[in-house]
Structure formats: structure tokens, C-alpha cells
Design a protein around this ligand. Sequence first.
Ligand code: ZN
Length: 435
Amino acid sequence: MYVYDVILQNGFIVTEKGISKGNIAVKNGKISKITTSEINKLAEIHIDASNLYIIPGLIDSHVHFNEPGRTDWEGFKSGSKSLAAGGVTTFFDMPLNSSPPTINKEAFYEKNDAGKRKSITNFHLWGGLVPENLENLEELLNCGVIGFKAFMSSSGIKDFQACNDVALLKGMEKIAQLKSILAVHAESQSITAYLTEKMKTDNKLSIAAYCHSRPIESEIEAVERILSYALLTKCKTHIVHVTSSKVVSKINKAKQNGVDVSVETCPHYLSLSIKDFEEKGAIAKCAPPLRSEAEIELLWDCLKRGEIDVIGSDHSPSPQSMKVGNIFESWGGISGAQTTLNVLLEEGYWKRNVSLETIVKLTATNPAKRFQLYPEKGTIKVGSDADLTIIDLDKTFVLKKENLFYKHQQSPFINKEFRGQVMYTFISGNLIYQA
Ligand SMILES: [Zn+2]
């Protein structure tokens, strides 16, 4: 009989508050001791972490695993395995791209059962807010959704309709009553539809034309509108995949005025530009689209000032066959679930002096707090769940197609060199990934 299940010895322990050297002991899935003094070495798993960094397992609040219904695009099994390899221990699956979409309790149970059977990591499900399901929001919350997601512009999927202004207001009023949270894809339907139509009519079908059809102004218009609705309805709001400092600053002003709003960006908006999109093609297509190199730097400045709350991957894969042809018609979505931490370490920690504490805050502590999983998740404390990721900060590697656990081994980050590698991932003290 071992005293502990896992002992991680002499590692650099990183939380949102700082870094300290020490030993972590795990018992019954929880962190039972953190100490600098010698620990009884009898444990089922004993890891010498002398040159390694131990961080809270990442929480990816934004993935599309497409199961049930479009499991040929990804699925819980391959999706969660990719996350584990990237140091992620909990994910929130979006309500769309799976079929049926998660807009009522029947759909919730169908997806939740699939997830329970197949996911190797913890997960929660987002419920959808669509124009016709106001009556289903309460039952979805009772099922246990982590929050609700709505689109202000077309979602790209016919079975998940965007909300018009009235549907948004009604939904937000209801979600506020339920004391839940609304995540919003904020691009203007009018601006994007008008510009898309115009590009197509003028036969402008290049990648640059696609980017012009979804300008930053379209995000600003939608965000300003949703912020005033949030103020009006007092609905807790979360703006997903923001691409520009101009949008972040609108949200930041609203926060200062008392609006309960948080903001997410994604690794690709912090590391890939329109130039990369033009080079790599549809594999780097997403909505809103990638921006200029200057915007990338301004977004990092926002992140360093603490104006961004959460980094989510927005992993939204599809079969290769949907990534061909006219850029306006090809599937929009970047595969990134496995590489969130790699991008933040390479582009943030190593290249831009972003601290590990900040990376932990954005990928674990903040999402745990915002979505009520803290302090069981999102930090390293006695009593917290032993969801832990161990990294070798110095180890460099070039990402190869065959390293990816996705169902479709594609990513705009293939052939990129990263410094910082995930060595071990634990969930409740169980080793679920080892490099
Ligand atoms: Zn998404």
C-alpha cells in the first residue's frame, strides 16, 4: 500500500500567483500535500521534476468536437487525446457542428453520453441560444451546461441559426434570470453579409477579399451592440475569439462601466497573420479572419496589460475535402486544440516576455473562476483536483503532421518550431499522457 498515488518531486510549481520549487503529493485524485521538505517517496508514480515546470492542467473553454453527428470531422476520442497531449485537462464543447446541436435536453443527453464514453479528459457542454429555443434554456441549465452560446452572424451551419436582436435580448434576459452566462460570436450579420455579397458579385474571391469581407469594424459594431444589451439585461457575457485590440478596448471600457463581460482570444490570432493565411490557404481560414502582423502585436499588448481574460483554441476541424475550392465556400475553422500551450510558450514566454504566471492565468485560473470551477480546477493548491501538466520549458521540437492526434492531421502550425514541450498530463492523479 502506497502512502500517495503520485509524487512529483522538486519541480517548479507555477500558479497564477508565482513560481516556487517544491514537491507535490497526490492522493485519491486530489493534491494532498505541497512541501519543500522531503516527502515519503513511496508512491505508485514517482516523477523527478527537477528541471520541469508543473502547471495547472489547461481548461480549453472553446472547442468543436462535432460529436454526435459529424464525428468524421473530429469526435471526443481523438479530440480529447489531442488536448491531453497539449496539456489540457478540461474542455467545454460548443453546441454547434455536432448534430443535433445542443439546443434542448435530448440533444444534451445524446452528446453528454458520447462524451462520457469517449473523452479521456474532463469536459462540460455549452448549450445553444438560437431564435427558437428560449423555452429550452432552463432545462439545459438543469442538465448542467456550462453556459450558452449565440451567434450574431451566420454560423456556417444550417441547423444552428444566428440570433437577431430581439432573440438576443430575450435570451439574455432569460440567461440573466437563470444566473448563467452567454458566450457570443460577435460579428455583424449586416456588414459581413453585405461585403460577402459584394465580393462575390465583383468576382473577388481571393483570400484578401475574404478578409475584407469580415473587417474589424464588423466585430466592433457587433460587440458594441452586445455590450449595450449586456448592460440592459445584466446578462453575464463572454465575447469569444476577439481578433483586435480595438475590440478589446471596447470591452475593457464596458468592464469599467460595470458590465459583467469577459473576453477570449485564440492562439492563432496571436501568432498567424493574413500573410500566413495567404501562404497556407484554407487550413488557416477562420471567422473572424486572421489580421495583420501589427494587429498581432497590439493584441499581445492587451494581453500583457491584463485586458484579455481567457485563451481558447476554438478548435474547429473538418475533413480535408471541405478545405478545397473557393475560399468563401471552404470550411472556416482552425485545428488548434493540441497546440495552445505550445503557441503561448513559444510566442509569449520566449519571444515576448510573457510570464508563466500570466499563461497559467489565461489558460486555467481565469476560465476556472469565470465558469465556477475554481478552486477545484485552475490552480495548484492542497485540496484541488490533481489535474496537472508538466512541461520541459527548454525542449524544442518541430511540429510534424504525425505528432497530431486529431482525426485529420492538419494544422497551420505544422513545421513550426516550438520551444517548450508537454511531458506529462495528469487528470485526478491519473497519467493520461506522457511524451
Ligand atoms: Zn468556435
